[in-house]
Design a protein around this ligand. Structure first.
Ligand code: PLP
Length: 421
């Protein structure tokens, strides 16, 4: 899977019209030093950094508008509610959902998937029914289904990955059966960067009347996600992967499905009326939002999505793709380096190993050079098992990453190889 290329001849120019220096200037953390070296942040797939506008939006909310939402008649509560519900509409527009009733605020992708497992899956699934996932999934899109399997007797069916780290539509199609009740797939693999053909997967599943949940945690920062064009039934993502705060995320669900689903958690805000005999649940999406939400997080998420829209999703994508090509080609010049995950369509994530250096040692040496990469199983242990690896090193990029990051990564890898020579 590794190959040698002549870097000098084949590298495309940087994306024209995309001012990455200006983008970097919007992210204050990037001016930091780590261990006396300039920070080279190549861990955006784990959590992306925040631009100043997100920090300001959260700060402004906390400084001037905070109160609890939905319940108060006083000015601050109404301002907080307006910001919170305005953010819901920003998310709706970003995903091109039909209605804000389809946008549920949750803690993140993990909670969104658990919500669907417990509210959509648990009441419906019978012993022997099947949930189809792929071999590429993050643990967040495996474990909730295993828990559901324990609860219902349903089966987990896994469409395998191939040696490039791809899952073909044929591999998925072949595993759809009369017992499949839900397909739950990642849009972009966090471990390898593989982009899955969601439209084709939805088409194949819908041909059998099977709904599709998409784990969009790694796609929203990189791909142009339009839930109507994708046709999916559920789409989950986390704010912190797309330049927003931690502790907040979104479940998009088609209104017909959300309407039929029972609430997942009970408490304040998700009710219309409560007596000791009976509770009448609130309408969508509040039925799924029990308790006080992460209001400042939601405000920050909306600022992050507006920031991404202002930069331009096609522009970010094209910049990241050129960077991915540049990084791939430069990494392949390193003796003993193997890129894990060479699928034909990839997002800005590169997993790799280097002969004779454990990924954890590599991560530690790179950290001393100010280079932040991720090492380990990336919460995708079945992917590591498939490649018979304990771990990989992973460099991942965001809208602010540039060639100097890649060049510093290369220099740090050379330093690590000297240590282990
Ligand atoms: N799915 C994928 C593909 C991910 O990369 C991640 C996080 O790394 C998750 C799900 C879980 O996201 P969170 O921890 O924000 O809930």
């Amino acid at each position: 899977m590794s190959a040698r290329v002549d870097v000098s001849r084949s590298i495309a120019p940087q994306a024209a019209g995309y001012d990455v220096a200006a983008v970097r200037a919007a992210f204050p953390i990037l001016t930091r030093q780590v261990h006396g070296k300039p920070l080279t942040y190549l861990d955006s797939a784990a959590s992306a950094q925040r631009p100043q506008c997100v920090i300001d939006a959260v700060n402004d909310y906390e400084t001037r508008h905070h109160a609890n939402v939905h319940r108060g008649v006083h000015a601050l509560s109404q301002e907080a509610t307006d910001l919170f519900e305005g953010a819901r509409d920003t998310v709706r527009q970003f995903l091109n959902a039909r209605s804000t009733r389809e946008i549920v605020f949750v803690r993140g992708t993990t909670e969104a998937i658990n919500l669907v497992a417990q509210s959509y899956g648990r009441p419906r699934l019978q012993p022997g029914d099947e949930i189809l996932i792929t071999g590429l999934e993050h643990h967040a899109n495996i474990v909730p289904w295993q828990m559901l399997r324990e609860q219902t007797g349903a089966k987990l069916v896994v469409a395998p990955i191939d040696r490039t780290g791809n899952v073909s539509i044929d591999a998925i199609d072949a595993r759809l059966s009369d017992r499949t009740r839900l397909v739950a797939v990642t849009h972009v693999s966090n471990a390898l960067g593989t982009v899955l053909p969601i439209r084709d997967i939805v088409r194949a599943a819908h041909a059998r009347r099977v709904p599709v949940l998409v784990d969009g945690a790694q796609a929203v920062p990189h791909e142009d996600v339009d839930v109507q064009a994708l046709g999916c039934d559920f789409y989950a993502f986390s704010s912190h992967k797309v330049y927003g705060p931690t502790g907040v995320g979104v479940l998009y669900g088609r209104e017909e499905l959300l309407t039929e689903m029972p609430p997942w958690q009970g408490g304040g805000d998700m009710i219309l009326a409560v007596t000791f005999d009976k509770t009448t649940y609130n309408s969508l999406p509040y039925k799924f939002e029990a308790g006080t939400p992460n209001i400042s997080g939601v405000v920050g998420l909306a600022a992050a999505l507006r920031y991404v829209e202002a930069l331009g999703r096609p522009q970010i994508r094209s910049h990241e793709h050129q960077l991915l090509d540049y990084a791939t080609q430069r990494l392949l010049t390193i003796p003993g380096l193997t890129i894990i995950g060479t699928a034909p369509v990839k997002a800005a994530v590169i997993s790799f190993t280097i002969d004779g250096i454990h990924p954890h040692d590599l991560g530690t040496i790179l950290d001393a050079e100010g280079v932040a990469i991720r090492t380990g199983h990336h919460c995708a242990m079945p992917v590591m098992d498939f490649f018979e690896l304990p771990a990989t090193a992973r460099a991942s990029f965001g809208c602010y990453s540039d060639r100097s990051d890649v060049d510093r990564l290369l220099a740090a890898l050379a330093a690590a190889q000297k240590v282990f020579a």
